[in-house]
Ligand binder design. Structure first.
Ligand code: SF4
Ligand code: SF4
Length: 401
């Protein structure tokens, strides 16, 4: 998702829901209504961000008529919140028709874009169509750094011009800044830039493997030691600080879309598969963009058939926090932004812990004043008899051979 890479829905570190929203979330979770759907309508992109996890070739995107059919099925299924993302959505020539149909069907529409194709006409059109929010990826206030990440010269200037146009039209605009080694030094500048533009921002620490499993983007992640001063400075992040993040209209953790924190999710690992899901440009349905559990394809089945009937969706839906063998016993769970999708991608187990979550949770906990925080997983590893780990290393070696 070049340009919008890392701007994915997550449950943690979100503002608390209003009572009305909380009721809506509870009802949709209980009844398995897909309240919030994230739809990528293309993986093509006009930027080539260094951390992007997508394959930008077009392998057969849903046509406009197919998208219209899916939108109708979502409306019938009870979806209210719809986020269009990519790739770069403005590369779809039929984008405005898709937005128009979405609004006719009554969806609350949000967009994620790098915005470099948004000029005055596009900004006006988005307002006319009733789009509510636009999230734009900005990596730095320094054009040399931003453009070196997007690999498009002049992209920062174009994105900022677009943000100003969108703001002037009265649209809600938010900056998303995936933070990695390349732009670590730009962190404060992005915060200042957001203040100058008068828009909220989210600093996103999520850098994921590529969709084909290539883990190369992970080498771009800032280390815990590099992030700690920033966490200290902001005193922000993790579930424990969600309220603070909300009240200051800022966030540090994961870029998010429409999910809000709610007690309805209490024993769920997140909203994925319960009242939210992801649809790829090829019609594949997943519980979340960040959870590679393919549940079915909308060229072969209706949305309802996949959402209600697929065994994968049911399997994800059946998982409860309290069943997680390691994480349910973790003393620093409240500081952890564990994502089951990343647990699967990085640790190989939807229900397991993974190193990055433990590392960040320990940082958040230390920052909040917990003395010597240790995640349950790290504790388990440290307590393992040496013979166990020697046996595992030996069997891993023989498996490699
Ligand atoms: S899998 Fe769950 S926690 Fe992870 S990004 Fe998706 S909704 Fe968020
Ligand atoms: S063990 Fe690690 S991943 Fe699991 S809750 Fe604790 S910190 Fe998070």
């Amino acid at each position: 998702m070049s340009g919008t890479a890392g701007t994915m829905p997550t449950a943690p570190a979100m503002p608390g829901a209003t009572p009305l929203m909380d009721r809506l979330i509870r009802r949709t979770v209980e009844r398995h209504v897909p309240l919030s759907v994230h739809m990528d309508i293309t993986y093509r992109c006009n930027e080539r961000c260094v951390h992007c996890y997508l394959d930008h070739e077009d392998h057969g995107e849903l046509t406009k008529d197919e998208v219209f059919r899916v939108l109708g099925e979502l409306a019938e299924s009870g979806t209210l919140l719809l986020t269009f993302s990519g790739g770069e959505i403005f590369l779809r020539k039929d984008l405005f028709e898709i937005l128009e149909r979405s609004r006719e069907l009554g969806f609350d529409v949000s967009l994620k874009t790098n915005a470099i194709l948004i000029h005055a006409m596009q900004a006006r059109k988005l307002v006319e169509l009733g789009v509510r929010r636009v999230q734009v990826s900005i990596y730095s206030a320094d054009a040399a750094i931003h453009d070196s990440i997007t690999k498009v010269r002049g992209s920062l200037e174009r994105s900022l011009t677009a943000i100003r146009l969108l703001k002037a039209q009265g649209l809600q605009v938010k900056i998303a800044c995936p933070l990695m080694k390349q732009n670590l030094s730009s962190y404060q500048e992005v915060v200042d830039l957001a203040a100058e533009l008068g828009v909220p921002y989210v600093i996103d620490l999520t850098i994921t493997p590529k969709m084909d499993g290539d883990r190369e983007p992970l080498s771009l992640r800032a280390t815990g030691a590099e992030l700690f001063p920033i966490l200290q400075e902001r005193s922000c992040g993790g579930r424990a600080s969600a309220e603070k993040a909300a009240s200051s209209a800022e966030s540090l953790g994961s870029a998010v879309s429409s999910s809000v924190e709610s007690t309805a999710y209490d024993d769920l690992t997140c909203s994925a598969g319960h009242n939210s899901c992801y649809i790829s440009p090829y019609g594949d349905v997943f519980p979340c963009v960040q959870m590679p559990v393919a549940a079915g394809n909308l060229r072969q089945k209706s949305f309802q058939e996949v959402w209600r009937g697929s065994s994968e969706m049911k399997r994800v839906r059946a998982i409860r926090e309290s069943q997680l063998r390691v994480c349910s016993k973790c003393e620093i769970r409240e500081f952890c932004e564990r994502c089951p999708g990343l647990a699967m991608m990085e640790g190989g187990d939807l229900m397991g812990p993974y190193e990055r979550a433990c590392e960040l949770a320990e940082l958040h906990a230390r920052n909040a004043g917990v003395a010597n925080p240790v995640s349950a997983w790290h504790r388990e590893q440290a307590n393992r008899p040496a013979a166990d780990s020697r046996r595992e290393t030996a069997s891993a070696r023989s498996a490699e051979l």
